[in-house]
Design a binder for this molecule. Structure first.
Ligand code: SAM
Ligand code: SF4
Length: 340
């Protein structure tokens, strides 16, 4: 049962622990042209299209969040650049900058950037995160199952040619798979003037490829590997949000660590997620959620009711996640469903 919409709305989103929510991660599809071993199973069943939020519904959700004080939106998936209607959506989101949106970002595997980078820049996308776990073509293929390294490198180059200067690489580090490439990835980022974040694998969904416990490699170990070559100096942003950032001598590249296991960041969490099917998720590592698609479809065009549902849902946001590294799957959703 949905709660009845009241006349009253507030202009900001605050959870029951006093954390102000300013950041929305919006997943626009669960589909992807890759099948990364830590994200998906080899055989995936994707949602029927009518279960996904339509482009109009996605825009309506984004508009309500911006009206409620959200300043940053990151578009993710699945692979966001394979979504039909991408251009209409991105132009609509770009227009929200006239209504309080300060930053529009995308997380992508990069494969479709050669054909979309210029449009995204024009639509008002400020920043890109591009996933890159290996610089070895054979290994890249193993990790992504269907991806081609050269396509992603081409995507990075297309984004830089289109004028994106704020590009960050994301690398998930797995023991026994790519932990020996940490320094090569850092060199690649330095040469191309990109930032890079190293991510600890999270136990979302049961992946067929490996037990999560087997492949756990901590951010502290990644940091130690980098420090064999470069000292890492903490930056002012090093304690904000889930990423801890560092600088190195002789380079503008920042190195980030996203460490849900070894450095819990929940106390400063300012974000929520909306899945491709319109489920508002209050925490990456928990199931607390609100079905916004039901509100949108039962009451088409009722902005106030949607806004009220979003405000009420903030009370469901839990204090923290409880990921462990012992290989247990604690959240049955896959990352492509969650919107990483
Ligand atoms: N397809 C896009 C991409 O790969 O960048 C966007 C969606 S993907 C789910 C977002 C990010 O989540 C990627 O950087 C990916 O490496 C990361 N990711 C996926 N599964 C993960 C897991 N189990 N643990 C940690 N990070 C994961
Ligand atoms: Fe696709 Fe991104 Fe998941 Fe890889 S991490 S399978 S690119 S959604």
């Amino acid at each position: 049962m949905e709660t009845e919409a009241s006349e009253q709305t507030s202009s900001e989103l605050v959870d029951s622990f006093g954390r102000r929510i300013r950041y929305l991660r919006l997943s626009i599809t669960d589909r992807c042209d890759f099948r990364c071993v830590y994200c998906m199973s080899e055989e995936m069943t994707f949602l029927p299209r009518q279960q996904l939020l339509s482009i109009e519904e996605l825009l309506m959700v984004a508009q309500r969040f911006v009206a409620l004080g959200v300043e940053k939106i990151r578009i993710t998936g699945g692979e966001p650049l394979v979504r039909q209607g991408l251009e209409t959506l991105m132009r609509g989101l770009g227009a929200l900058k006239q209504h309080g949106l300060k930053e529009l970002a995308i997380t992508t595997n990069g494969s479709q950037l050669p054909r979309h980078a210029a449009m995204l820049r024009q639509a008002g996308v400020d920043r890109l995160n591009i996933s890159l776990d290996s610089l070895d073509p054979a290994r890249f293929k193993q990790l992504t199952r269907t991806g081609k390294l050269e396509q992603v490198i081409g995507g990075i180059e297309a984004a830089q040619a289109a004028g994106f200067s704020d590009i960050k690489l994301n690398a998930v580090v797995l023991k026994g798979r790519n932990e020996d490439e940490v320094l090569d990835l850092v060199e690649f980022a330095r040469e191309r003037k990109l930032d890079i974040s190293f991510i600890e694998e999270m136990p979302l969904g049961e992946v067929s490829d490996h037990g999560r416990g087997e492949t756990y490699f901590s951010s502290d170990d990644v940091q130690a590997a980098i420090e064999t070559r470069y000292p890492l100096w903490p930056t002012a942003q090093s304690t904000l949000g889930p990423s801890r950032y560092f600088r190195m001598p002789g380079s503008s590249t920042r190195v980030g660590f996203i460490s849900p296991h070894s450095h819990n960041f929940c106390a400063s969490c300012n974000r929520v997620r909306v899945t491709a099917e319109g489920r508002l998720l209050l925490c990456l590592g928990n199931e607390h959620s609100k079905d916004l698609r039901a509100v949108l479809r039962r009451h088409p065009g009722d902005e106030q009711r949607l806004e009220k549902s979003i405000i009420d849902a903030m009370q469901l946001k839990p204090w923290r996640h409880h990921f462990t590294t012992d290989g247990d799957v604690q959240v049955v959703r896959f990352m492509n469903m969650t919107g990483g």
